[in-house]
Design a binder for this molecule. Structure first.
Ligand code: 13P
Length: 265
């Protein structure tokens, strides 16, 4: 069965209440009536989840959070639990974003705990993996991504995998204006799918969605999405402009359709 394109807008620590609401309202108005084309999720900052949720309302655009605690509740000042997110109407959560791994020191073990907590709570997850520039130059991309995947999926039962989207986000491409080439993305996605095939089986590997993130803009999205095995994107900076984000959403549908003929993954 064809994999449905997935596009996430990761707003990071951007927008204010007013601009976030307008952004959400515009995306929902333009995209939200159509449930068939691509799955679109916005990930606003925690304080705006409720307001953004109200703006997207019953449209097909879904609400996501950028992080969650690995703990269910208790003495964790500043943390937000999975249950709190579910209370706010959140359906998706990012786990293991590189900014949390590298700037805030999240370990592979913590990422795995957060993934388990999200899945146990019924949330859907965008699990982010990717190598930094030094690792890439040392030829260690596959090894690094493989270690991240092995750790994250060590305890994930087969039946939970359908609720996970994997985002390949090379650290060197995030916020730099230097996107991976379609070939870079194709190769990495192929390796990730091969890992899923060995960890689970080939049927599951061919059903999981693997999306690309890192300096996606309207000008490069279609080319990257046409690479076989690329099922959409996780968009940072360009998700803050409704027109750019919507253009990337459209490109996902068109580009992925175009690439499918060559998709043997
Ligand atoms: P940019 O699109 O700004 O490079 O960010 C990508 C990203 O980190 C999405 O999660």
């Amino acid at each position: 069965m064809a994999r449905r394109p997935f596009i996430g807008g990761n707003w990071k620590m951007n927008t204010d209440l007013a601009t976030g609401k307008v952004l959400a309202r515009t995306i929902a108005a333009e995209w939200g009536a159509d449930v068939s084309r691509a799955e679109v999720v916005v990930f606003p900052p925690f304080p705006y989840l409720e307001s953004v949720g109200q703006e997207i309302g019953l449209s097909s655009v879904a609400l996501g959070a950028q992080d969650l605690s690995s703990e269910a509740n208790g003495a964790r000042t500043g943390e937000v639990s999975a249950e709190m997110l579910c209370d706010m109407g959140v359906r998706w959560v990012l786990v293991g974003h590189s900014e949390r791994r590298h700037r805030l020191g999240e370990s592979d073990a913590l990422v795995a705990e957060k993934l388990a907590m999200a899945l146990e709570s019924g949330l859907q997850v965008v699990l982010c993996v990717g190598e930094n520039l030094q690792q890439r130059h040392a030829g260690r991309t596959h090894e690094v991504v493989g270690l991240q995947l092995r750790s994250a999926f060590a305890q994930v039962p087969e039946e939970a995998v359908a609720r996970i989207v994997i985002a390949y986000e090379p650290v060197w491409a995030i916020g730099t204006g230097v996107a991976a080439t379609a070939t870079d993305a194709l190769e990495a996605h192929h390796e990730i799918r091969a890992f899923m095939s060995s960890r689970y089986d080939s049927e599951l590997a061919s059903s999981i969605r693997i999306v690309y993130g890192g300096s996606l803009v309207p000008g490069n999205a279609k080319t990257i999405f046409a690479a076989p095995g690329v099922d959409g994107g996780l968009v940072g900076g360009a998700s803050l402009k409704a027109a750019d984000f919507l253009s990337i959403c459209s490109s996902a549908v068109i580009g992925i359709e175009a690439g499918r003929t060559g998709d043997s993954a």
